[in-house]
Design a protein around this ligand. Structure first.
Ligand code: NAD
Length: 340
């Protein structure tokens, strides 16, 4: 049995689905269903008797302790977070509440639970914390990719709150011996991503023939990772966790934002040409840059590749084609989650 927090969000829901591809081991999905979390992301698991959804907040220590005691999970995978950089600029406090205090509460509850276990189950427990490459800050064009040993230099309230959570996880391992692992991944894309992040926002705006706003010159570089490959990496980490370790996860797809948007336009030009025959690129519009906008992220994944044998399987072009098609096939999902 494993407990997955933030399981109704983009990566969490993909992770739970991916989990059941390999095993029948039970999953408790735990999520307080913010605007970004939606049970529609888990509908295909409704009839799976090995899956249970519990509505709850990681800030609710009592509820967490009760669930841990009742279900006795052998691992907790923490995806629960506020995740959108723009929202963290508008309202940093929510990010501190969930990402810092929420993670702290979850760690406390897990520590108390873990301490009460017998030696055998204690040795097998794992708290896997999902974090971001944004904790390392921004790179210049010629700087080396982020390694696990790179200095933390978070630039947005979002990345600062995630960096704090990573430090808390490290401290619970070092100080209390809680068996933890942290992973820092690059920008994910794929199915079930709420249409406020670059790729799904672009697809949805284009399909609605709305402008696609590009911050600044659009030359910011992100290192894209398909959510499927990310979930595979997390399952590999959980197979034989090395406590106290940190793994960077990325697929070496460094691409400028403008190029990503142009690629999506060209895929849609082929798959769903506009009725007026005008190219989708016509809808690109440049807007004032985001405050403190990081210029470049780049992840060095050699540690997880060498130590755990993980390799990404999807090329960016194929992943984008698939993702655009998924949104085309799931317009009802887009409509419903955008309304709530
Ligand atoms: P998301 O915003 O799609 O989902 C977050 C989920 O957490 C939602 O279901 C939300 O309801 C839930 N949640 C929020 N606050 C909660 C709380 N207090 N208690 C319980 N549940 C709560 O985010 P995502 O893109 O799936 O990201 C998952 C994790 O991966 C996050 O920790 C994020 O920082 C990290 N990450 C994401 C990316 C990316 O590109 N999406 C990249 C690097 C790291």
């Amino acid at each position: 049995m494993i407990l997955v927090t933030g399981a109704a969000g983009f990566i969490g829901s993909n992770f739970v689905r991916s989990w059941f591809l390999d095993t029948d081991e039970k999953v408790i999905s735990f999520d307080c269903l913010t605007y970004a979390g939606n049970l529609l992301n888990l509908t295909d698991l409704e009839k799976n008797e090995n899956h249970t959804f519990i509505n709850g907040d990681i800030a609710d220590s009592k509820k967490l302790s009760k669930i841990l005691a009742e279900y006795q999970p052998r691992a907790v995978i923490n995806f629960a977070a506020e995740t959108h950089v723009d929202r963290s600029i508008e309202n940093p406090k929510t990010f501190l509440s969930t990402n810092v205090m929420g993670t702290y509460n979850l760690l406390e509850a897990c520590l108390e639970y873990w301490k009460d276990q017998n030696l055998k189950t204690k040795e097998k427990f794992c708290f896997l914390h999902i974090s971001t490459d944004e904790v390392y800050g921004s790179l210049g064009p010629d700087e080396n990719s982020f390694k696990e040993t790179s200095q933390f230099r978070p630039n947005s309230p979002y990345s600062a709150s995630k960096a704090s959570s990573d430090h808390l996880v490290r401290s619970f391992f070092k100080t209390f011996g809680l068996p933890t692992v942290t992973s820092n991944c690059s920008n994910n894309y794929g199915p079930f991503q709420f249409p406020e992040k670059l790729i799904p926002m672009t697809i949805c705006n284009l399909l609605n023939e709305k402008d696609v706003p590009i911050y600044g010159d659009g030359k910011q570089i992100r290192d894209w990772l398909h959510v499927f490959d990310h979930c595979e990496a997390l399952k590999i980490i959980l197979k034989n966790p090395k406590y106290g370790e940190v793994y960077n996860i990325g697929a070496s797809n460094e691409i400028q934002n403008l190029e990503v948007v142009r690629m999506i336009c060209s895929v849609l030009d082929t798959r769903k040409p506009r009725s007026d025959s005008v190219k989708y690129e016509d809808l690109i519009s440049f807007v004032e840059d985001r405050l403190g906008h990081d210029r470049r992220y780049s992840i060095d994944s050699s540690k997880i590749k060498l130590e755990l044998g993980w390799e990404p399987s999807k090329s960016f072009r194929a992943g984008i084609e698939e993702t655009v098609q998924w949104y085309l096939d799931n317009l009802e999902w887009v409509k419903k989650i955008s309304k709530q």
